[in-house]
Design a protein around this ligand. Sequence first.
Ligand SMILES: Cc1cc2nc3c(=O)[nH]c(=O)nc-3n(C[C@H](O)[C@H](O)[C@H](O)COP(=O)(O)O)c2cc1C
Length: 189
Amino acid sequence: MTKVILLNASPRTKSNTLDVLKVCADEIEKNGVDTEILSLKGKNIRSCIACGKCSEAGNCILNDGLDEIIDKIREVDGFIPAAPVYFGTARGDIMAALQRIGKVSRGGDKFLSGMVGGPIAVARRGGQTLTLQEMTMFFTINNMIVAGSSYWNMVFAGPEGTALEDKEGIETIKLFGRNVSNIIKKLSD
Ligand SMILES: Cc1cc2nc3c(=O)[nH]c(=O)nc-3n(C[C@H](O)[C@H](O)[C@H](O)COP(=O)(O)O)c2cc1C
C-alpha cells in the first residue's frame, strides 16, 4: 500500500488551504495512492530548541503533538505540506514544524529520504513564490524527490471558500497530485 500525508498549516476552520489539499488528495487517490490530510490547527507548534535529543529518542521531545504527525509521516511514501502566506512568507508554525520534522529524520532513521512530494502555497495576492522557495528548502536538504507541475504550486484565494475559483491554480495542483502519485507508483514497482 502506498500513501501520501498532506499537512494543512491553516488555523482557519473554513480554510482555503484545506480546500486545495482536498483537491490534491482526491487526484492522488484517483491515481491509486492512499491519502490522509493532517492539520496543525489547534496545536501550539514550537520551534526547534536544538537539544539534539531526537537523535537518541527517535522523535521530538517537545510535547505539542508534532511527534504524532512525525510518526504518521514515517510510515508513508509522500509528503505535501501546504501553507497560507502570511506577510510574504509561510505561516510561522509550518516552518517550525518542517524544521523539527527534518531534524528528527536527519538525526535518526532518515525516514524522509527518497520520499516524494512538494509544497503548496495559498495567498490572497502575493508572496507565494518566496513561500514555496522556503518550504522547498526542507525537501532538498532531506534527500526528498520534488514533483513538478505546469506552474508553481500556488493558489490565489483571500476570503474563505474562494480557492476553487482560481481555475489555473487548481489545475496546477491536480497535475502536481498526479505527478506525485505517478512517481510513487513507479518507485514502488
Ligand atoms: C496575518 C496574515 C497575513 C497575511 N499575509 C498575506 C500576504 O502576505 N499575502 C497574501 O497574498 N495574503 C496574505 N494573507 C491572506 C491569506 O494568505 C489568505 O487569506 C489565504 O487564503 C488564507 O488561507 P486559509 O484560508 O487556508 O487560512 C494574510 C493573512 C493573514 C491572517
